[in-house]
Design a protein around this ligand. Structure first.
Ligand SMILES: NC(=O)c1ccc[n+]([C@@H]2O[C@H](COP(=O)([O-])OP(=O)(O)OC[C@H]3O[C@@H](n4cnc5c(N)ncnc54)[C@H](O)[C@@H]3O)[C@@H](O)[C@H]2O)c1
Length: 301
């Protein structure tokens, strides 16, 4: 197996199934050696019987690639740190981190209890921050030792984090946080040779196969647009040395489509040069809104 990731070592979190599995197989097919992480939890994060990471490692070996399983929880300091040590102890290097693991606890906000809020924020947002922090510390040390890396981080946001999604207040907030984390990490880590981008994917996995059963179903023949494997080529390219110069970006990826997502930037503005009264501010806002673009619809609204 060889290609644009020859010689690279890639960690993919939550790679036991769904999108993460597809990314791991696609990186391996391009010559990378993979740390396949998965804790093996249920759709709502409840403990599962075993980690599916070993099965994906077996698939990569069967295809002639190299991979090692990691069954830790990426949202704990120990699990996150051991992602990096597993890569270094097994393969002697780390080049790319794909943050992907996560699960859902969907509820309307009035029914969302604090545990469902904390748990989802923890697995997605903390589960991105901690692996990123440990990988970045390694790459900073490499840069300082005179071995500047061509390191890459690919984070996983969601349309829910960009536009909002009904019944997913916790998940949307976490995924929006991942976008902000991506922007800050790209700016802070550029000096160490680390590029950081995010994707907002859509694909048929256990996370979506029930809610979008009809729209995501595999066709009897032809292009299976919603297969998770369709998202992975972009992730592999972003995670390769070939993506030099691309950092701090968010890409939507679905089927055969790649879209650069353009974020918040100032729209219509007005300046009184002095303090407004509330009534005046309201009048100014109503006028500005007639000039502003309407926001995209919240998913499910
Ligand atoms: N499927 C989609 O359409 C879609 C859309 C937008 C965003 N996403 C995001 O893509 C990512 C992958 O989702 P998927 O659809 O493949 O879901 P999935 O449930 O098939 O896979 C997620 C994997 O993460 C693992 N995991 C969960 N918590 C973990 C932890 N603490 N440590 C290690 N592993 C853990 C699970 O065991 C599971 O195998 C998620 O971040 C999800 O929010 C998916």
């Amino acid at each position: 197996m060889s290609g644009i990731c020859d010689g690279r070592v890639v960690v993919v979190t939550g790679a036991g199934r769904g999108l993460g599995r597809a990314h791991a197989l696609a990186f391996a097919a391009e010559g990378a050696r993979i740390v396949v992480n998965d804790l093996g939890v249920g759709l709502d994060g409840t403990p599962g019987p075993d980690s599916p990471a070993g099965r994906v490692v077996a698939e990569i070996h069967a295809a002639g690639g190299e991979a090692v399983a990691h069954g830790g929880d990426i949202a704990t300091p120990r699990g996150a740190a051991s992602l990096v040590t597993t890569a270094l102890e097994t393969y002697g290097r780390l080049d790319t981190l794909v943050n992907n693991a996560g699960f859902l606890r969907d509820r309307m906000l009035v029914n969302l209890d604090e545990d469902d809020w904390d748990t989802v924020l923890r697995v997605h947002l903390t589960g991105h921050f901690l692996p990123l922090k440990h990988a970045a510390a390694h790459w900073r040390a490499e840069a300082r030792a005179g071995r500047p890396p061509a390191a890459r981080i690919v984070n996983t946001s969601s349309g829910a984090g960009l536009l909002g999604s009904l019944g997913q207040g916790n998940y949307s907030a976490a995924k929006a946080g991942i976008v902000a984390l991506t922007l800050v990490a790209a700016a802070e880590l550029a000096r160490y040779g680390v590029q950081v981008n995010a994707i907002a994917p859509a694909a048929r996995t256990r996370m979506t196969e029930r809610t979008f059963a009809e729209t995501m179903a595999a066709p009897a023949s032809g292009f299976d647009a919603m297969a998770p494997e369709n998202v992975s080529p972009l992730v592999v390219w972003l995670g390769s040395a070939a993506s030099t110069g691309v950092t701090g970006r968010v890409f939507a990826a679905e089927a055969g489509r790649i879209t650069v997502m353009e974020g918040w930037r100032p729209g219509p503005t007005t300046d009184k040069g002095a303090r407004w009264s509330p009534g005046e501010a309201g009048e100014a806002v109503r006028k500005l809104l007639t000039e502003a673009e309407a926001p995209g619809a919240v998913y499910g609204a």
